[in-house]
Design a protein around this ligand. Sequence first.
Ligand code: AOS
Ligand code: ZN
Ligand code: ZN
Length: 388
Amino acid sequence: MPQFSDITPTLARQAIELPSWAFGNSGTRFKVFGTPGTPRTPEEKIADAAKVHELTGLAPTVALHIPWDTVDDYAALGRHAADLGIALGTINSNTFQDEDYKFGSLTHSDARIRQKAIDAHLRCIDIMHATGSTDLKIWLADGTNYPGQDSLRARQDRLAESLATIYERLAPHQRLVLEYKFFEPAFYHTDVPDWGTSLAHVSALGDRALVCLDTGHHAPGTNVEFIVMQLLRLGRLGSFDFNSRFYADDDLIVGAADPFQLFRILHEVVVGGGLDEGSPVRFMLDQCHNVEDKIPGQIRSVLNVQEMTARALMVDRAALEKAQADHDVLGANEVLMDAFQTDVRGELAQWRAARGLPADPMRAYAESGHQRRLEQERVGGTQAGWGA
Ligand code: AOS
Ligand code: ZN
Ligand code: ZN
């Protein structure tokens, strides 16, 4: 098994993008609980993201959601982020909160509505130019609720055409990442339900179109690490949306529901070169914190990813390959499990301290009194959340 010092150069490169919306209030369709201290503006969400980076050194960028994070001056927002020690990252488009999109956005049968949805994405690209963001991430709520409601085939054709128009507008340094999800909010069919459909579309677009894999967007029992392997193998894994699911798209803290699955995913990332220098794979969180505090929720999440990455890097690759070549089934499995069962928390804490970070970022945050200060300062106004 490698020594901890062997894996620190890779760990030092790890960067996990935070979603601005994780800092806003969110919830289920039953109730959205307001949390004292919740940001009221995009600037305050960015400040919260910067706090996570300050304590962990793991989250140098924050993703924006348009229109939730609409401001007059995006370049100024970028400067605000830079002043706080982070940068603006992926721009996420939103075509799911407008009456016009009731029956679809980029797939809509009415050319006028399709154009409106395309224009929303072109605006996102303009914002990317102002912020210096390189990724446009598209997740579509498009789909139908009843068999026969619309032509499945025609919707794919319209989607392909809309995506091509958006892709054409990207600058050479920009990328499009297309996320898939098998259901919700549409319940009969979704227009980009799975990695195969996403791959078909991005392959037709060009080299700068890639797939976004949200770990919560699969049916129970799906072998997610296989998908990771295949997309890496084909050079089309653009990004992860990390979160945990128990039942469906639960958006819980990554590594909370099934740490072993996170380990298996990160093992495939390591083996497939996803953590190598120059890798096209970006790591993001896509989570909501409905009942827990949001900043420590995000701190816990990036630490979980870091810890499981460390364990995946601890796999004795030579021993694994030998056992595999020898068809030593139990031996190969043991090599993998040895790394998974290795407790790296102590070494990670020491390594953090050696780099001037708190050994225990969760505790450092709790003891800093920051949460209390936010609760006192952020009164009045409307708390940001889904739709705000
Ligand atoms: C939706 O289920 C997707 O996971 C999206 O990536 C994202 O969570 C949504 O666009 C809200 O920002
Ligand atoms: Zn997502
Ligand atoms: Zn989701």
